[in-house]
Design a protein around this ligand. Structure first.
Ligand code: NAD
Length: 250
């Protein structure tokens, strides 16, 4: 599929990797719609290029809110060719914290929060968007931003499980909906240099992490965009997880 002229829906496009994807896809000639729960970030996006970028405030982990937003997008005449499931939260917490006297086991609230933001959201948005693609008899592509944590990352039970779920859904939907002309790809980054990565990890930890990466550096957001562009443009690609990780194996 050509990016130029495509209608692309991006979740969590207000910041970080999502924002980078929105900017790059816009420059490549796509029309964009963004679902983002941060209202000021939506406003910023809406002022960027009002003719070709439209942002709606929506928490994609809320099924009813997703149903309303997708309905509104379709009724506005924006027929989605590509969905990019990018919204998510990164969370680290040990299964059992042996140093803590009070809350020793992984918080169940945090488990639910991460599963809901990183896995339920992908199911809610994709099911609605695919229904719309099938009704319009359009060829469509769903790209989900996963993570190499899907292979199992110590200290990230919920995040690893959610991203493994995203990969499983990608394989499942590729088989189920390939015959209808729909493609499903996951892009699994390693450690990417984003403002949220820099905010979450100290300089010392970042330097340590880089030593574990064969290419000895964090990835740039541009590397994730290149994988997304390849996924959109290569019409024989489906069911794959594209790892963009500088060779880091977890
Ligand atoms: P980020 O926190 O910088 O940006 C996430 C964006 O999504 C924000 O704008 C946020 O407001 C929005 N968002 C979060 N939850 C939402 C929800 N429920 N509804 C609507 N919007 C929501 O994060 P990032 O680092 O850019 O990560 C983006 C994606 O890439 C995530 O899925 C993350 O798991 C994945 N990822 C990131 C890295 C990394 O190194 N940064 C590595 C691997 C995978």
């Amino acid at each position: 599929m050509n990016i130029s002229g495509a209608n692309i829906l991006v979740t969590g496009g207000g910041r970080g990797i999502g924002q980078h994807l929105v900017n790059q896809l816009h420059q490549a000639g796509a029309r964009l719609c963004v679902l983002e729960y941060d209202a000021p970030l939506c406003e910023e996006l809406n002022q960027l290029a009002p003719d070709s970028i439209q942002a709606l405030q929506c928490d994609v982990s809320d099924a009813d809110a997703v149903d309303r937003a997708v309905q509104q997008i379709v009724e506005s005449g924006f027929y989605i060719d590509v969905l990019i499931n990018n919204a998510g939260i990164i969370h680290s917490e040990p299964l059992v914290n042996m140093l803590s006297r009070a809350e020793r086991v992984h918080s169940r609230d945090n488990w639910r929060k991460v599963m809901s933001a990183d896995l339920d959201s992908v199911f809610f948005v994709t099911s609605r968007v695919v229904d719309h693609m099938l009704a319009k008899r359009k060829k469509g592509i769903v790209i989900s931003i996963s993570s190499i944590a899907a292979n199992g990352n110590a200290g990230q039970s919920a995040y690893s499980a959610a991203k493994a779920g995203v990969n499983a859904l990608t394989h499942t939907w590729a088989k189920e909906l390939g015959p209808m002309g729909l493609r499903f790809i996951a892009v699994a980054p390693g450690f990417i240099d984003t403002p949220s990565t820099r905010a979450a990890l100290s300089e010392t930890i970042l330097l340590k992490l880089q030593q574990q990466v064969p290419l000895r550096r964090l990835g740039e957001m541009g590397a994730v965009f290149q994988a997304v562009r390849y996924a959109i443009e290569n019409d024989y690609l489906t069911g794959s997880v594209l790892e963009v990780d500088g060779g880091l194996v977890l």
